[in-house]
Design a protein around this ligand. Structure first.
Ligand code: FMN
Length: 376
């Protein structure tokens, strides 16, 4: 098992690199390839738009999630508490960062302990798949971290790219799927499987669904690149992490691929930077959208700074819904969205019909017309 001081140093470095360096991939999410069809007559009152939905059996005010970021250090504790207090006040869901540090050193549990400031929201624990596959953790540890923060679910992160770019990375992913299967069977809480910036393909989504996973978080390419983050920690130059900074499945593509093979709830994350990105992801097939990096700096300051970022995202989401005449999230999922450029090329090459997305409302109204005609 890794010494806790090593985990703590790495966590500190990750935070400072993410705050100080440019760590986003050059290849973007694909959301810029997507266009809503503007409705000059939206036929809704903006004040009637309702973004509420449910997640892990609890009501949330918008399908926006604070992604796993940190834990295990003093600064991480402050970050987690600011994020949690903002999420509680706004009624949004939140994940904590990897709880590895709290397994090796129980004293560090407090740095993740956000339930007292966020008593009602859906809260997600976090551990890495590779530590299970190489036998460092057992189901007992998974149950323990859930208990430590009174979580509603456990996120198991897949980070093969990060580990490959990390000088001290764990590379034995041989039994990861089997470990996930066992955790899903024994945990007694929903398991979310999330990537960490390289995306999930439709084949992997199907394998996860068959293994008993409850929710998939695609965490695709186009936002934070952990390959790039690790490149700054690597003493060897040029760092391998730099070569792989654009590796992965762009988030928009990953959402569309994953939705083709699974009915599971999907979280779109990785490069979600505006409420319009979130709306596009949901229209494409996701149920929720998550953000990490845009909240980090605000979280080092205060709850109110975090709230400001999230309120902007929600306002942008609502404005987008207004401009396409969607009164609620279910209606947003049925709106037309035109897929162009590289995202279209990728989806077509993978046999996904992009025209279907662009003509949903027309097809729906045709179906209604035919039905009405049949009754006359
Ligand atoms: C500083 C930082 C630390 C992170 N630590 C974790 C982690 O411990 N566990 C995890 O599953 N994901 C972690 N992530 C990944 C995020 O949860 C998310 O999947 C990824 O950053 C993509 O979202 P973004 O582009 O909005 O940052 C971290 C992200 C950042 C920025």
């Amino acid at each position: 098992m890794e010494k806790n001081s090593a985990t703590e140093t790495r966590k500190k470095q990750h935070i400072s690199i993410c705050l100080e360096k440019s760590i986003e991939s050059d290849i973007k999410t694909g959301f810029n390839d997507l266009f809503f069809v503007h409705k000059a007559l939206p036929e809704v009152d903006m004040s009637d738009i309702d973004t509420a939905c449910s997640f892990l059996g609890k009501k949330i005010t918008a399908p926006i999630l604070i992604e796993a970021i940190t834990g295990g250090t003093k600064e991480a504790e402050k970050i987690n508490k600011n994020l949690a207090a903002a999420a509680e006040e706004l009624g949004l869901a939140m994940g904590v960062g990897s709880q590895r540090a709290a397994i090796t050193d129980k004293k560090l549990q407090e740095t993740y302990n956000i339930r007292p400031v966020a008593p009602t929201i859906p809260l997600i624990g976090n551990l890495g798949a590779v530590q299970f596959s190489k036998g460092e953790y057992t189901i007992k540890d998974a149950k323990e971290v859930i208990k430590q923060i009174n979580a509603d679910a456990l996120a198991i992160h897949l980070n093969a790219l990060q580990e490959a770019a990390q000088p001290e990375g764990d590379l034995d992913f041989k039994n990861a799927l089997d470990s996930i299967k066992k955790i899903c069977a024994d945990l007694g809480k929903p398991v979310i499987v999330k990537e960490t910036g390289a995306g999930i393909s439709r084949e992997i989504a199907l394998m996860l669904e068959k293994s008993g996973v409850a929710v998939i978080d695609v965490a695709g390419l186009g936002g934070t690149s952990f390959s790039l983050v690790e490149s700054y920690r690597d003493k060897d130059k040029p760092a391998i992490g730099n070569t792989f900074k654009n590796w992965g499945i762009p988030t928009a593509v990953s959402v569309a691929e994953t939705r083709k093979t699974t009915k599971l709830p999907i979280i779109a994350s990785g490069g979600i930077r505006t409420g319009t990105d979130a709306a596009k992801a949901i229209c494409l097939g996701a149920d929720y959208a998550g953000l990490a990096l845009p909240l980090l700096e605000a979280a080092t300051k205060s709850k109110n700074d975090v709230k400001k970022v999230l309120e902007r995202i929600i306002k942008e989401l609502k404005t987008t819904m207004f401009l396409i005449g969607a009164k609620n999230i279910d209606e947003l999922k049925k709106k037309d969205i035109v897929i162009t450029g590289k995202t279209r090329e990728w989806l077509l090459e993978r046999g996904i019909d992009t025209k279907e997305y662009a003509n949903r409302e027309t097809l729906e109204s045709l179906r209604t017309t035919v039905k009405t005609a049949m009754y006359h």
